[in-house]
Write a protein that binds this ligand. Structure first.
Ligand SMILES: NC(=O)c1ccc[n+]([C@@H]2O[C@H](COP(=O)([O-])OP(=O)(O)OC[C@H]3O[C@@H](n4cnc5c(N)ncnc54)[C@H](O)[C@@H]3O)[C@@H](O)[C@H]2O)c1
Length: 373
């Protein structure tokens, strides 16, 4: 295949950006051929832009059957990502889903199982922040073993500020029934993904989620979580949408150094000697291993990240290029997110590998039944 013909499902805030990029030839070897939205007004908006150059559908069951479409981009509310993806795979379409992969791991497992039945199809997820060079650098330093064994990970991500007016803009957002969660499902999946992508999956999570803190919403908008890793390293993840200006600071501490990411800069404090070795050999009570400070800066614009994922996904189909964000990996951050909510729902520490998915769904459905939407 030389050119990937894209069908977009969900011409809303994010989907319209993806469609516009494809339509305006920002993606080599990719073109927009169809748009689907259940909302007639959204389709009208699309028609005013793309005229008769693309086909229009009101039902995703139709667009996925279109033989002129090679790949489907799914940019609908989270609950529907797995069902649209599964049907797309069944109709032989490559699939790029928006984050999060879904709302609960049980539905995402079903999507992954269907994807695995079609190894000839490419399955990607829009974890656009994986394209940011400073996170890629952090991954490289950690995966190469340069940082040594991880001892601590801390992510304070409280600059996802959302005023009440954002929540009042209504629709499916910030309701149990429409969205299935709050900051963990909408804003922070990027950081939860990068956290696990760079540092690996925690073993256990204990979380304190607060629902409707300083905002009239039913879902969580303030989360403080404690994680432990298989090697006994510990981690903290804190996120909120009500603090301003808030902070975005990610620290990883290892046996051979420390990484600090803040303000589009990565500071790598590389120890002159591993802390473990230093501690074994040193006899001076007030000595330390010493370190060299190395800085990496990145000018990575938000809008360009999404195009980079679509470009990479297109190249994966056309040239077999490895995916930056394979769709199958979407379940990882969602498992952490579900575990944080479940930990709060039942007031217990959650072991990720044996998390009771049915109990999570049960607790979620209880809240969905009482939802305002
Ligand atoms: N990667 C990112 O940086 C990023 C940023 C924003 C949103 N998102 C994700 O994109 C998704 C959409 O968010 P949004 O802010 O664009 O929402 P939105 O409400 O603006 O757009 C969603 C669109 O989907 C349509 N839709 C709903 N159900 C549909 C269905 N069954 N078939 C066809 N169309 C349907 C709606 O009518 C709407 O036009 C969410 O999952 C969100 O998390 C990702």
């Amino acid at each position: 295949m030389n050119k990937v013909r894209y069908g977009l499902v969900g011409y809303g805030n994010m989907g319209s950006v993806h469609a516009d990029s494809l339509f305006s030839n920002k993606i080599d070897n990719g073109e927009l051929v169809a748009v689907c939205d259940t909302d007639k007004l959204k389709l009208k908006n699309a028609k005013e832009k793309f005229h008769d150059k693309v086909k229009y559908y009101e039902n995703y069951e139709e667009i996925v059957k279109d033989n002129f479409v090679d790949a489907i981009i799914i940019a609908t509310p989270h609950f529907s990502h797995p069902q649209i993806a599964i049907l797309s795979f069944k109709h032989n379409k490559h699939v790029l889903i928006e984050k999060p992969a879904g709302v609960y791991t049980k539905q995402v497992k079903e999507m992954n199982e269907e994807a695995l039945k079609h190894p000839e199809l490419t399955f990607g997820i829009m974890f656009n922040q994986r394209t940011n060079p400073i996170y890629q650098k952090a991954k490289e330093i950690v995966s190469s073993g340069e940082l040594g064994e991880i001892r601590r990970t801390n992510w304070l991500i409280t600059n996802w500020y959302r005023p009440q007016a954002y929540y009042n803009s209504g629709g499916w957002r910030a309701t149990w029934d429409g969205e299935g969660g709050g900051v963990l499902l909408n804003q922070s999946p990027h950081q939860l993904d990068l956290w696990q992508w760079i540092c690996g999956m925690p073993e256990k999570v204990t979380a304190y989620c607060e629902f409707g803190k300083f905002r009239d919403v039913e879902v969580e908008n303030d989360v403080t979580a404690f994680a432990t890793y298989p090697n006994k390293a510990t981690g903290i993840f804190i996120t909120s949408t009500h603090e301003y200006p808030g902070t975005n600071r990610f620290e990883i501490s290892g046996d051979k150094g420390q990484i600090i990411i803040e303000n589009d800069q990565l500071i790598y404090n590389q120890l002159k000697v591993s802390e473990r070795v230093f501690n074994q050999e040193n006899k001076e009570p007030w000595s330390n291993p010493g370190y060299e400070r190395i800085e990496f800066n990145a000018n990575n614009r938000w809008g360009m990240q999404h195009n980079e994922i679509i470009r990479n996904f297109t190249n994966a189909i056309v040239h077999n290029t490895p995916l930056i964000a394979p769709g199958i990996e979407g379940i990882n951050e969602l498992t952490i997110s579900n575990a944080m909510l479940l930990s709060t729902f039942i007031n217990q520490t959650i072991e990720l590998q044996s998390m009771d998915e049915a109990l999570f769904l049960d607790e979620l459905q209880k809240r969905m039944k009482m939802s305002k939407q």
